[in-house]
Design a protein around this ligand. Structure first.
Ligand code: MLT
Length: 233
């Protein structure tokens, strides 16, 4: 039987063998929710990079520069890290380069996997449907916060495990923890997610609407995938 495991933070990714597996990267608040929203809104491609300077170099080549540090838009960037910015008409047909505190780093660190997909509650069903018809085992790579696990990404990992339970068996206690967290809270996902430390951090910036939007399930059917260094749908 195929296996499904959970890496709770990019600092632990070295403990997981990614070779031949599908990695699903998740950063619910907010990087992967932004990517899913952008690709559903006709953004042409999104290039994840680790460093701000890399993003600026691509900005000079015509990419829209997006991202944050500590939740706050990087000065001189075209966009911050709100899904609502990715719903605007002026991003349609454009290429975006994204650099964020955790999410874009997790994508970059997933290198070595057979396939890298982008997941969020917004496209949970689309990701699950794809995984169920695939043949490979799966690693859910949670972006966490600066090397520590977080509640909302772990909750998503549990939701995805639940969707795939008939076809895959969990391996490792982090997968069990994620699944049990989801089972205990599946009737009130936003209620538990808003208690997370990043939700508190972001609500200090007055962006509660972002949090509520990021916790919506199956708003989009898009399946973002990393191809030649760029995420496309
Ligand atoms: C990240 O990559 O750490 C997040 O997306 C931060 C944020 O909420 O802007």
């Amino acid at each position: 039987m195929r296996t499904i495991e959970v890496c709770l933070t990019p600092d632990l990714i070295g403990q997981h063998d990614l070779k031949g597996k599908i990695v699903v990267v998740v950063d619910i608040f907010r990087a992967t929710s932004c990517i899913v929203t952008g690709l559903s809104n006709e953004v042409k491609a999104i290039k994840p990079v680790g460093e701000i300077e890399e993003a600026k170099a691509l900005g000079e080549q015509g990419y829209l520069m997006a991202g944050e540090r500590g939740g706050i838009k990087v000065p001189d960037f075209d966009m911050g890290n709100s899904p609502f910015e990715y719903q605007k008409d002026d991003v349609k047909g454009k290429k975006v380069v994204i650099s964020t505190t955790n999410g874009s780093q997790a994508i970059v660190k997933s290198e070595g996997a057979k396939e890298i997909l982008i997941g969020a509650f917004l496209n949970l069903e689309a990701v699950a449907e794809y995984l169920l018809q695939a043949k490979e085992s799966v690693v859910i790579h949670c972006a966490g916060w600066k090397g520590t696990p977080n509640l909302e990404d772990t909750l998503f990992a549990g939701a995805l495990i639940d969707e795939c339970a008939e076809e895959m068996e969990t391996t490792g206690d982090s997968a069990l923890v994620a699944h049990q967290l989801y089972i205990a809270n599946h009737e009130n996902l936003f209620g538990i997610a808003k208690k997370s430390s990043h939700a508190e951090r972001l609500s200090g910036f007055g962006i509660e609407e972002d949090l509520e939007f990021c916790m919506k399930e199956n708003e989009y059917q898009v399946l973002p995938k990393l191809v030649d260094g760029e995420i496309v749908s």
